[in-house]
Design a protein around this ligand. Structure first.
Ligand code: SF4
Ligand code: SF4
Ligand code: FES
Length: 267
């Protein structure tokens, strides 16, 4: 292939980025458009680094792994949540917008503090294995796990806490205390884990209200935009059913004992 043919493939990208620095009292949110020549197999991560290296060192965005593993480069790409490091510019039009994920604390430009939100969520739903065993003997051989169960657990453990499901969630935009699909998936994961001694009554305590699974409106934006393709739709439906069953059991417990019916005497 001749050099000219290769060059004609490269488009001139016009990337409009929402710029705002909340730390700077003089900063005003605005769109800033940059022009950049597209490279072969260029990802948004590469494009943003080129912009920062060659045009604007003040541009803020996050990345760590560049491989869809750390979850830190999530942003709104043409209005939809996605990972910058896993998005090829060739899959976008030549003019597109980038904005920070909504709903999280803004650090600056495209950088948001998803870590703080995820930590609060994890503490709230207690997303760790709870065991009644007090003295854990580290020298004891681990109880083997059924391979299929291990596989199922592993599949639910793929979450990279990127925040895309939260940013895509209509309920979260209306109720900031909503735990989101990421939390519901984690509950499904710990519920499946035989090493976790919690039961549905315990999970109901953290999930059984409108800020938990009953707040979900089932519009499935989370399922559409999870970059790890976690089965969020299935897990939300499953946990909702389990929590509804638990809610009925709880309700039965608090109902007063029915009074003895007095027969109506005929006149
Ligand atoms: S299905 Fe539920 S958790 Fe998922 S985006 Fe919709 S409201 Fe949010
Ligand atoms: S469930 Fe998916 S979209 Fe949500 S935080 Fe985890 S990986 Fe990201
Ligand atoms: S940089 Fe780690 S997921 Fe994109």
């Amino acid at each position: 292939m001749s050099k000219t043919q290769t060059e004609t493939k490269h488009r001139l990208l016009k990337i409009s980025i929402l710029r705002y620095n909340p730390q700077d009292p003089d900063s005003v949110p605005h769109m800033q458009t940059y022009e950049l020549e597209e490279g072969d197999r260029m990802t948004l991560f590469i494009a943003l680094n080129d912009l920062r290296d060659e045009q604007d060192p003040t541009l803020q965005f996050d990345f760590v792994c560049r491989a869809g593993i750390c979850g830190s480069c999530a942003m709104l790409i043409n209005g939809k949540p996605g990972l910058a490091c896993r998005t090829l510019t060739r899959d976008l039009p030549s003019e597109f917008t980038l904005a920070p994920l909504p709903g999280f604390e803004l650090i600056g430009d495209l950088s948001v503090n998803t870590g703080k939100w995820m930590r609060n969520m994890s503490e709230r739903i207690e997303s760790w294995v709870h065991t009644k065993e007090i003295d854990i003997d580290m020298r004891k051989t681990e109880v083997p796990m059924d391979p299929q169960l291990a596989e199922d657990l592993y599949n639910l453990d793929h979450c990279i806490e990127c925040g895309c499901c939260v940013a895509a969630c209509g309920t979260f935009r209306m109720r900031p205390d909503f735990v989101g699909a990421v939390a519901i998936n984690k509950i499904a994961r710990f519920r499946l884990d035989p090493r976790d001694d919690r039961n549905d009554a315990d999970f109901y305590e953290v999930m059984g209200d409108d800020s938990g699974v009953f707040g979900c409106m089932s519009l499935l934006g989370c399922d559409d935009f999870c970059p790890k393709q976690l089965p969020l739709r299935t897990q939300i439906a499953f946990i909702r059913r389990k929590m509804a069953e638990q809610g009925i059991k709880n309700y039965d417990k608090v109902l007063p004992t029915p009074k003895k019916l007095i027969p109506i005497k005929s006149i």
